[in-house]
Design a protein around this ligand. Structure first.
Ligand code: PRT
Ligand code: ZN
Length: 293
C-alpha cells in the first residue's frame, strides 16, 4: 500500500512543533523518538527524522514526498538553485515563527543598511543576505557560519550579522541591535511542484485538512456569556471574529439572553473587560480541541 514519506527535523525547534502537530492530527507512532524512521499506525504516513538543512533536498530529489521545514531554510536552499527551486509551500503551519534580521553592535556606527556598504556580515543564510542587500544596491562580504553567529562581531570576524531572532534575548546578551528585517518566517509544509502521485496526494490532503483544523482551533475559542437583552447588539459587536453567535433564552428571564459564539481571533483580557462593561455576565472562554469545516 502507498505510504506518504514525510521528512521532519529529528531534534531541534521544528521537531517538537512538528511532532505535536502530527499528534494533534491524530497520528500515532509505534516507536520511540530516537529512530530515523517512524511509522504511523493509523494513517499511511512514514516519518523520516533528519536534520532540517537536508529536508529541502530530500523532498526535491523524491526521497521524501513532503517535509516540514522553516521557510528561512527553504528560501535559502532555493536561492542556491538546482532541485530545491522546484519546491513549493503546501501549507503554512503557524509555529516556529521567527525573523531573519540584520544586526550590529549597539555602540557602533552601523545603524541602517546604507552603512553596510563594503562591510563584512556573518550569517548562516549567505544567499538570502547577499541577495537582499544586492537588490538594494549594497555590496557586502559574507562570512558563512553554521552557528553562534552572534559572537562574530565581538571576535572581529564580521562588522554585522544576519541571524534568526525570536525573543531578541540572544542579540541583547551579545550587545547587538537589529536594524532591518530580511525575512519573516514560520514552519511550512513543502512538496515538489506539479501534480504528484494521486494516492500520495490523497493522503496529503487528509494531513493538510487536519492540520488546518489544528492551526485554526489553536487560536479559536468558544465564548459563553449572559447578556442583557437590550445590550445584545453591542455585545455581539465586541466578540472577536465570531460569525453568527447563537442567542438562546434564559429560563424565567426576559431581560437576559445566553450568547454562545465561536471566536476565530485571539480573545484578550481587554475584550472580556469590554464585554463586562457592556453588562455581560458569567463569561466563560473555552478552548476548542478540534475543528472541521
Ligand atoms: O540540527 P539541525 O540542523 O536540524 O537544527 P538547527 O540547529 O539548524 O535548527 P534549530 O532547531 O535551531 O532551528 C530550526 C528552525 O527553527 C529554524 O530554521 C527556524 O525556522 C526556526 N526558529 C525559530 C529558530 C528560532 N526561532 C531561533 N530563535 N531557529 C533558530 N533560532 C536561534 C537563532 O539562530 C539565535 O541563535 O535562536 C537564537 C535567537 O533566539 P532569541 O529568542 O534569543 O531571539
Ligand atoms: Zn540546521
Amino acid at each position: 500500500m502507498t505510504r506518504l514519506r514525510l521528512a521532519v527535523q529529528s531534534k531541534g525547534r521544528l521537531s517538537e512543533g512538528g511532532m505535536d502537530l502530527l499528534k494533534k492530527c491524530g497520528l500515532r507512532f509505534a516507536y520511540g523518538r530516537d529512530r530515523l524512521h517512524q511509522r504511523a499506525e493509523n494513517l499511511p504516513v512514514d516519518l523520516m527524522l533528519v536534520r532540517d538543512d537536508d529536508i529541502p533536498s530530500f523532498v526535491a530529489s523524491g526521497a521524501c514526498d513532503y517535509g516540514i521545514v522553516g521557510e528561512n531554510v527553504l528560501l535559502e536552499k532555493q536561492k542556491g538553485g538546482g532541485k530545491p527551486a522546484d519546491l513549493e509551500i503546501a501549507l503554512r503551519l503557524g509555529f516556529a515563527k521567527c525573523t531573519l534580521k540584520l544586526a550590529a553592535p549597539k555602540e557602533g556606527e552601523i545603524r541602517s543598511i546604507a552603512d553596510l556598504e563594503g562591510k563584512t556580515i556573518a550569517t548562516s543564510y549567505p544567499d538570502l543576505t547577499r541577495d537582499y542587500l544586492a537588490e538594494r544596491g549594497i555590496t557586502v562580504d559574507v562570512v558563512e557560519m553554521s552557528g553562534s553567529v552572534e559572537v562574530a562581531p565581538r571576535l572581529k570576524i564580521a562588522d554585522a550579522i544576519c541571524d534568526l531572532v525570536s525573543s531578541g534575548a540572544t542579540l541583547e546578551a551579545n550587545g547587538l541591535e537589529a536594524f532591518e528585517t530580511v525575512l519573516v518566517s514560520e514552519a511550512v509544509l513543502i512538496r515538489r511542484k506539479g501534480e504528484g502521485d494521486a494516492e500520495i496526494e490523497a493522503i496529503a490532503d487528509i494531513l493538510k485538512r487536519r492540520s488546518e483544523g489544528v492551526i485554526a482551533s489553536a487560536q479559536t475559542k468558544y465564548i459563553l456569556l449572559n447578556a442583557p437583552t437590550d445590550r445584545l447588539e453591542a455585545i455581539k459587536a465586541l466578540l472577536p471574529g465570531a460569525d453568527a453567535p447563537t442567542v438562546a433564552s434564559v429560563a424565567g428571564r426576559d431581560d437576559v439572553v445566553a450568547v454562545h459564539a465561536v471566536c476565530r481571533e485571539r480573545v484578550f483580557w481587554e475584550t472580556l473587560e469590554a464585554l463586562k462593561a457592556e453588562g455581560a455576565r458569567a463569561i466563560l472562554v473555552l478552548p476548542i480541541e478540534k475543528m472541521l469545516s
